[in-house]
Design a protein around this ligand. Structure first.
Ligand code: DAH
Length: 338
């Protein structure tokens, strides 16, 4: 009998769906689908009037049994879900502390770098990125450090194939940017530099530098002092003083090294400043006209200043870190402190 076959198929489908149901909501949907007012079983009952008289008892009995079967199947499953729900509540102590998700944070070096860049960007400097694999021209010649120039020694360098090198200073950005853009120009450039130094508490074969420079008509040494003093106060604190000592760099003339008064002891002398009261933080000077000649800037019209600082050193000073290797070992116990 066709109808019985159809009802048999329905029974199988209902059992399968009930088994697969994964929530009380699913069960409710099945109840409506099969046993609801317009449900499949109800429709079958209504269709009884079309069944031949002799078949009626058999079909009727089948439908009734089917109805009970589906109903108890759904009830059984519902009991299981309710029990699970109950035990979840009972086993859950809502007063326990939540799960702490460790989202991490930026590396102290990157924080230092970003904080310093932000200060210069607020003063109108544009932050740029340039290549780490450089030519000798950008790392040396353009910056007035020709071959055999004694100062080249201080920039010990890793050479790679094809006459290229890993830049040993971020001053490379001076040439790269001035070649591309005309004055007025105001740039900060942060990134990695490489030198084949033996690794110890204060040396690493790779470290970070920030270079900055500004060129326009009428730029003088006091502009350099003003910009750097503003930086020092912003970064190390209002009460910090800055002093400049004469120095030599090939790409600046005159050149200076700048110190800040020790922000730990206020200049009285302590362990951090080796009892000197001052901390060396950067090199700087007025850009050498030879550099301008290299990038075809009119030396009778333009002047400018440049400065360079080690990010690692500043990060170490700021946080009282006494070994540069700690910054590169990726020991989370150490990094978590910052
Ligand atoms: N490039 C220099 C270094 O690596 C740092 C430096 C000194 C940059 C003086 C400058 C500067 O722009 O004027 O030691």
């Amino acid at each position: 009998m066709k109808l019985l076959e159809k009802l048999g198929g329905m029974e199988k489908a209902a059992i399968k769906e009930a088994v697969e149901a994964s929530s009380l909501d699913d069960l409710e949907k099945l109840r409506v689908q099969y046993l609801g007012r317009k449900g499949v079983v109800t429709t079958a009952i209504k269709g009884m009037k079309n069944v031949a008289k002799k078949d009626k008892p058999k079909v009727g009995k089948y439908i009734n049994e089917l109805k009970t079967k589906i109903d108890s199947l759904l009830k059984e499953k519902e009991d299981v879900f309710r029990e699970q729900e109950q035990s979840m509540f009972e086993n859950n102590d809502m007063t326990l502390p939540g799960i702490n998700i460790d989202i991490g944070h930026r590396h102290p070096l990157m924080q230092t770098m970003q904080d310093i860049i932000d200060i210069f960007v607020r003063m109108g400097f544009k932050s740029v990125v340039t290549p780490e694999v450089e030519t000798e021209f950008y790392n040396f010649e353009g910056l007035n450090i020709p071959k055999n120039h004694p100062s080249r020694e201080t920039f010990h360098t890793f050479y790679v194939d094809g006459g290229r090198l890993l830049r040993s200073q971020t001053s490379t950005a001076q040439i790269r940017m001035m070649e591309k853009e005309k004055p007025p120009i105001q740039v900060v450039h942060a990134g990695k530099v490489y030198r084949p130094d033996a690794v110890d508490a204060s040396h690493s074969f790779m470290f970070y530098q920030i270079e900055g420079f500004m060129v326009d008509e009428g730029i003088v040494f006091s502009d350099l002092k003003g910009v750097l003093e503003h930086f020092a106060k912003e970064y190390f604190g209002e009460s910090v003083k800055m002093r400049f000592r004469p120095h030599y760099f090939p790409f600046t003339e005159p050149s200076a090294e700048a110190d800040i008064s020790c922000f730990i002891c206020g200049g009285k002398g302590c362990r951090v400043c080796s009892y000197k009261g001052w901390l060396e933080v950067l090199g700087a000077g007025m850009i050498n006209p030879r550099v301008f000649e290299c990038v075809k800037y009119d030396t009778s019209k333009y002047t400018g200043f440049a400065f360079g600082m080690g990010v690692d050193r500043i990060c170490m000073l700021k946080h009282g870190i006494d070994d540069i290797r700690l910054l590169y070992e990726n020991d989370v116990r150490f990094l978590k402190q910052f």
